[in-house]
Write a protein that binds this ligand. Structure first.
Ligand code: GLN
Length: 488
């Protein structure tokens, strides 16, 4: 029998509904699992056991009195430590916010609370979500549950590793350039970056506001759909959130099943990696769709080669502005043991002490590309190229329903292997364009290479998360990788 902590949210919902399990029992099982494996995995920055059990027991009381709030009621959800939860720490894995406690709830958290889900734990990330390995955390790295010598990917590495290791049923992450999809691929779980605007960013610690989106990491496509359902929708607190009906993502899995999709293979995504043995599972997944009768078409996204460079201008520019608020004066780390001449001295010293290397590198780069004299050459140029990248997608989406690509050029790499920041940046070559274009992307386990999971990326049209989820589920049903787990 499958352990409780490896069951999916939908299986658990049935056990809860049938009275075979209580939320307190379930939450306790996850707490016990976390206590037994997190020493090795390091997915959690912290968790509030008493608070989680109190939420679980409130859920059990609701159920006893017939007031169940929905299918997520009583099911624990892990949270990346850059989402604001009232009364809980919000560290962004930075020394800067080490002692900060959030005075309010993010919109996605409020929405989750209204579903009765049990909010459990603060999951590790690269500091301020800047990175691809969860090694850039002020509180130490997270390990990949499939091979503890390897990274879990990043920046939502804590969220992905927690789901893979059975420490969370599912979890929220954030994706600015690939931070949900790439760790999902490395850890063998499902990850979805929604369309820009689908989910309110209010209460997500801002990294690059025009790229950031919150999304689910889960054991299977259906769980990702139901978690996305819970957090989607317009929000007056985020003017970039989308004003329209949210489809029923779970119901669409059924209604869209079996369609003969036209699927594009962007040739630029396969150019350098076509023969890589690590991508054999991706090629097999493509053949699976061909075998289903889907039309597979080669397409071109000619501006792909500029995506990484464009991203590191736009993202760092926005980060330099967003991170200016951490000044040592208000709620952040304050440098104290030195002789400050004036307030500028306090800002400088506090920021020097509070931020890690990678964050500083980006603030400096971002400030540079926005400075007068360089603005036109870098920032403005990058914005123009960003438009060209978006237009590439608009053009191919007139011909195809979705695109199939690798998530990353390789499976999880070893810790310490990518010390050169540029080599780290390149692990996002296949995920970054979706953020620049604002389109949704799904990362789906599609096999293994050298004992490590490999993901397939399915990119969709704006606001067509229902379609990429349905396409993904078709593969998942035929290939139940979701039932395989790392040995811990
Ligand atoms: N790895 C990319 C970066 O370092 C993406 C991060 C993210 O999506 N938050 O910026």
């Amino acid at each position: 029998m499958q352990e409780l902590y490896y069951k999916s949210a939908s299986e658990l919902a049935e056990l809860l509904a049938g009275g075979e399990l209580s939320s307190v029992e379930l939450t306790q099982a996850l707490i016990d699992r976390t206590k037994s494996v997190d020493e090795q995995v390091g997915a959690f920055n912290s968790f509030d056991e008493a608070d989680a059990l109190a939420q679980a027991s409130a859920s059990d009381e609701r159920r006893a009195s017939g007031d169940v709030l929905g299918p997520l009621d009583g099911i624990p959800v892990g949270l990346k430590d850059n989402l604001a939860v009232y009364g809980q720490p919000l560290t962004c894995s930075s020394k800067m916010l080490e002692r900060f406690v959030s005075p309010y709830d993010a919109t996605c958290i409020q929405k989750l609370k209204s579903t009765g889900a049990v909010l459990f734990g603060r999951l590790n990330l690269d500091e301020f979500a800047m990175g691809s390995s969860t090694e850039n955390s002020a509180f130490g790295p997270t390990s990949n549950p499939w091979n503890l010598e390897c990274v879990p990917g990043g920046s939502s590495g804590g969220s992905a590793a927690a789901v893979a290791a059975g420490e969370a049923v599912f979890a929220l992450g954030s994706d600015t350039g690939g931070s949900i999809r790439q760790p999902a691929s490395y850890c063998g779980v499902v990850g979805l970056k929604p369309t820009y605007g689908r989910v309110s960013r209010y209460g997500l610690a801002a990294f690059a506001s025009s790229l950031d989106q919150i999304g689910p990491l889960a054991r299977n496509v259906k769980d990702a759909a139901s978690l996305l359902q819970a957090i989607s929708g317009h929000d007056a607190f985020d003017s970039t959130s989308y004003k329209a009906e949210v489809p029923d993502f779970v119901a669409s899995l059924e209604s869209l099943k079996g369609r003969q999709w036209t699927l594009g293979l962007p040739k630029e995504y396969f150019a350098g990696v076509a023969d890589s043995p690590a991508l054999e599972p991706v090629r097999q997944a493509i053949e699976f769709y061909r075998g289903l009768g889907c039309e597979i078409k080669e397409v071109s996204l000619p501006h792909t080669e500029y995506a990484v460079a464009t991203y590191y201008i736009v993202a760092t520019a926005e980060a330099s502005s967003n991170l200016a608020r951490y000044d040592g004066i208000r709620y952040t780390h304050r440098a104290e043991s030195f002789d400050a001449k004036d307030s500028v001295d306090i800002y400088c010293q506090s920021r020097a002490e509070g931020f890690g290397e990678e964050v500083k590198r980006r603030v400096i780069l971002g400030t540079y590309v926005l400075s007068s004299g360089y603005y036109d050459a870098y920032y403005l140029k990058a914005q123009k190229v960003r438009t060209l990248i978006r237009q590439d997608f608009e053009r191919v989406f007139r011909e195809v329903d979705a695109l199939l690509t690798p998530v990353a050029p390789e499976p999880a790499f070893r810790k310490g292997e990518k010390e050169d920041p540029l080599s780290m940046y390149l692990s996002d070559v296949f995920t970054i364009s979706a953020n620049l274009a604002g389109i949704p992307g799904l990362s789906l386990p599609c096999g293994y290479s050298g004992g490590l999971p490999v993901g397939l990326q399915i990119l969709g049209k704006p606001f067509k998360e229902d379609e990429i989820l349905a396409i993904g589920q078709e593969f998942e049903t035929a290939h139940p990788f979701k039932d395989q787990h790392p040995k811990l």
